[in-house]
Design a protein around this ligand. Structure first.
Ligand SMILES: [Zn+2]
Ligand SMILES: [Zn+2]
Length: 144
């Protein structure tokens, strides 16, 4: 009974609990930022009934780098690259809420953290760039 029963070669995906799998699936399917309550609404039918369950799963998924939090809207989004090491910025379309994840290099992140004044020890940087996406640009420039 010690023989490995799982599929080998899928080391890319960390092992997820059933709740984590449901919530990650929900966010990937949505492809856009969702509040914890919007997520709860969506997964309720699959047996997740309480906000703490959603928050716990979201926290675990964030630790794994598979879900990120958009601080400016208190929303969550699936990592644009499956999973990442937490160095990223977001560009957000202010008209349609399209979100694009931008990977940051070590140097870029270090430079941003270096902006902290002496009285604040930097731990984390959140960078969100707002603008208009390609689809929204013409519509805003020339009203029909
Ligand atoms: Zn990511
Ligand atoms: Zn847009």
């Amino acid at each position: 009974m010690t023989a490995a029963h799982h599929h080998a070669g899928s080391g890319v995906t960390p092992k997820l609990s059933p709740n984590q799998t449901k919530i990650l699936g929900c966010l990937r399917e949505a492809g856009e930022p969702m509040s914890a309550y919007a997520i709860l609404d969506r997964v309720r039918k699959s047996g997740i009934a309480h906000p703490p369950t959603v928050y716990r799963a979201l926290n675990d998924l964030m630790k794994k780098g598979m879900v990120h939090r958009l601080e400016s809207r208190s929303a969550f989004i699936a990592c644009g690259h499956g999973a990442c090491d937490g160095r990223f910025a977001f560009a957000i379309c202010r008209a349609c809420d399209k979100v694009v994840e931008i990977p940051l290099g070590k140097k870029e992140q270090a430079r941003l953290l270096g902006l902290a004044p002496a009285e604040i020890t930097p731990e984390q940087v959140t960078l969100e760039i707002a603008g208009l996406c390609e689809a929204c640009r013409p519509a805003q420039a020339a009203p029909a």
